[in-house]
Design a protein around this ligand. Structure first.
Ligand code: GLU
Length: 311
């Protein structure tokens, strides 16, 4: 299976933490154990949340851990902030098919749309009526001078994704997901559109990431197919939690900034491998030495709770 193309797709909105590193280690092991390639895409869609300091650190931290990639960042064309023309093209293709409509609903949900939807974050405007406005209502909103966000009309269609780790995920797009934002009112394209266009255009065949994005996979598969592409296969990874929930980039002591001072790449890899079920002990090991031992069957399905010094 030398034709596998996997990817790292971090967002420069903070330093990586152990949960991110676990997902990236598994993405790397998955691709390398299949003899495949990996690309690195910088998901810096949202100018307000992206910082150069984090852009620099993401790549350095992955290399420090022993994870390499074959192409992508720092090549500018692999940064989402440089790919607006491609998102624009996809947006117009969807618009030409009558799938896009303006949405004038609350600001907060529209602003969040550029980031991947992590648990607890509002993703849908429940009660949004914008798809069903009368001509008069729509005109009144247009005349208000406020800029709308743009939503994609989801069909009443069932989409099935056979996740490599969690099995089948079956969603009726209209009922279980619902129309979703593809462009914010300030013009920034939304995560769901950008990630789908990029996975398609970059010929990604294999998406490995945290399972908080599992419920996004059917929408992304549908979007890619609607744009004329072939969806990758998806394989989601368990999350690390601190008991209160998924680790966040705010959790200081588990961020790479602290980890790099306090531990070695081999010790950290050993700890990650043990936490996720890949190794029986947390003996230090390199990512490369884990390749022959890697199998999704060994990886836990439940999220992994860990002790956090700052909890
Ligand atoms: N950039 C997203 C994040 O950091 C991940 C997107 C993806 O893997 O689809 O949460």
């Amino acid at each position: 299976m030398g034709s596998t193309i996997g990817r790292f797709a971090p967002s420069p909105s903070g330093y990586l933490h152990m949960g991110n590193l676990l997902a990236m280690l598994l993405a790397w092991l998955d691709a390398r154990s299949l003899g495949g390639a990996l690309l690195f895409r910088m998901e810096d869609l949202d100018p307000a949340r992206s910082r150069d300091e984090y852009r620099r650190a993401l790549g350095e931290d992955l290399r420090w851990l022993g994870l390499d990639w074959d192409y992508g960042w720092p090549e500018p064309s692999y940064a989402q902030s440089q790919r607006t023309a491609l998102y624009e093209e996809a947006f117009h293709a969807l618009e030409a098919r009558g799938l896009v409509y303006p949405c004038w609903c609350s600001r907060a949900e529209r602003l969040a749309a550029a980031a991947a939807p992590h648990p607890g974050e509002a993703e849908f405007d429940s009660g949004c009526r914008c798809a069903h406005l009368s001509a008069k209502e729509r005109l009144a909103r247009e005349l208000s001078g406020r800029r709308p966000a743009w939503k994609l009309r989801c069909p009443d269609r069932t989409v099935r994704v056979d996740d490599g780790h969690y099995g089948p995920v079956v969603q009726n797009l209209a009922r279980d997901a619902g129309d979703f934002i593809i462009r914010r009112a300030d013009g920034v394209f939304a995560y769901q559109l950008a990630v789908s266009v990029d996975d398609m255009r970059m010929s990604v065949t294999r998406v490995v990431r945290g399972r908080d994005l599992l419920s996004s996979a059917p929408r992304q598969k549908w979007l890619i197919e609607t744009l004329g592409g072939t969806a990758p296969s998806y394989c989601h990874a368990p999350l690390l939690t601190d008991g209160a929930g998924k680790l966040s980039k705010r959790l200081g002591s588990l961020s790479t900034q602290v980890l790099r001072r306090e531990t070695t790449p081999e010790a950290l890899t050993g700890r990650l491998a043990c936490l996720c079920g890949l190794a029986e002990t947390d003996a230090p090991v390199t990512p490369r030495a884990l390749i022959p031992r890697f199998s999704w069957e060994k990886i836990k399905k439940d999220d992994v709770e860990m002790d956090t010094p700052d909890a």
